[in-house]
Design a protein around this ligand. Structure first.
Ligand SMILES: [Mg+2]
Length: 392
């Protein structure tokens, strides 16, 4: 195993504007901004590189941008188009490696440690693919960790010639991290805003190198834990892994019968079994969902889904199976046999659950539910429901 990682930070150049130029090629090379109406106190969401030469910047009020660049074209945002383009870019990244962490609509980290090609070549290939397939410019920073890769992108962008998309590719070889960061101003470091920059300045530090050379004990005394973290970052140290978890949208299980089933009792039994599976998968992933759904395909291949949204997220067998049964009641007809049934839970919300985990009662309930889920898996649903009714 390699001991050094190779991380790419990718950032699309003036992304919204680049998508607009694809939609309307007449915009190419023009000074324009995507954002709100200047008369309505709109703000610049993204501005073309030609506009930047006039001093237009993102987050600036559109009226001020117009003052700086009177001929500035203003384009109303087309968020659906940006989302679509973003998905296309992320798909190209996922074709390269599964180790992709999307940071925002136009930014991502990739871990390419396992790829046996020089990092620069990988970067050039990616840039080329995104340009050729999608007609979008991007800048890349490559380094042994996220922090340095991100700063490499930023440095590459500002060093590129003005007026056109930078399409920068900046590679910091392993071992060069601290030397690369040393001459840069402290506020290029992650975690240094105007307040911290001022404080560092008061202590005599203007560059990241100054921070790296400052005694860590004194920096920690001055800024607390933040000072300790900054000292590490200033030396180019960052151990954060790539977080690849893609948001799961729903958890569902279905079964196609080898022979169509016409008895309601049989279908209910299948729904319960599937509910148990879905509950176990939700619990294993620490997820809860508010919407319970069933799917029924009849013998003539017509398919219907019915769903019910609950006030609170659920992950337990009892609720999911009760909901699934109630939904079946709504659609049941004895006129046709059933080919397929499915149970699903969507509207997932992971964060609420993670917070709740700290609550001791929730934790106890969880353990009970997990034990029950295991028992059900082993002995079937019915035995446990009977056992449960005697529990008090
Ligand atoms: Mg960008």
């Amino acid at each position: 195993m390699k001991t050094t990682r190779t991380i790419i930070h990718l950032d699309l150049d003036a992304f919204f504007c680049a998508v607009e130029e694809k939609r309307d090629p007449a915009l190419r090379g023009m000074a324009f901004a995507v954002g709100g109406d200047p008369a309505q106190r709109g703000v610049v969401a993204s501005c073309s590189y030609a506009a930047r030469q006039f001093g237009v910047r993102s987050a600036m009020p559109m009226a001020r941008a117009r003052e700086r660049c009177p001929r500035l074209g203003v384009v109303v945002p087309n968020h659906a188009a940006y989302k679509k383009a973003s998905r296309q870019v992320m798909a190209i990244l996922h074709d390269l490696t599964s180790q992709v962490e999307q940071l925002s609509i136009d930014e991502a980290f990739l871990d390419i440690s396992e790829i046996e090609v020089s990092p620069r070549e990988v970067g050039q290939t990616l840039q080329g693919q995104i340009r050729e397939k999608l007609n979008l410019p991007c800048s890349l920073g490559i380094a042994s960790n996220k922090l340095v890769a991100k700063i490499a992108t930023d440095v590459g962008k500002v060093s590129a010639p003005a007026g056109t998309p930078p399409q920068a590719l900046t590679v910091i070889p392993p071992g060069q991290e601290a030397a690369f960061l040393a001459p840069l101003p402290t506020d290029m470091l992650w975690g240094v805003g105007p307040k911290t920059r001022e404080r560092l300045h008061q202590l005599g530090m203007r560059t990241i190198g100054d921070v790296a050379n400052y005694p860590v004990i004194e920096l920690t005394q001055a800024l607390g834990k933040h000072g300790y973290d900054l000292s590490k970052r200033a030396k180019g140290i960052d151990k954060r892994p790539i977080v690849t978890e893609r948001k799961v949208k729903s958890i569902s299980n279905e079964i196609t019968f080898s022979r169509d089933k016409g008895r309601k009792g049989e279908i209910l039994q299948e729904l319960r079994r599937l509910s148990g599976k879905v509950a176990r998968r939700l619990q294993a992933k620490g997820l809860r969902g508010r919407t319970v759904q069933i799917k029924v395909r009849w013998a003539d291949f017509s398919t219907l889904t019915r769903q019910n949204t609950l006030p609170k997220g659920v992950d337990d067998y009892d609720t999911i199976s009760q909901q699934a049964e109630a939904l079946l009641e709504q659609v049941w007809t004895s006129e046709q046999a059933v080919r397929l049934v499915g149970v699903g839970v969507s509207n997932l919300d992971q964060e609420a659950r993670q917070l709740n985990l700290w609550d001791p009662q929730v934790k106890k309930d969880r353990q009970l539910q997990e034990t029950l889920a295991k028992l059900r898996h082993k002995f079937g649903e019915d035995i446990i429901s009977e056992g449960m009714s005697n529990r008090d």
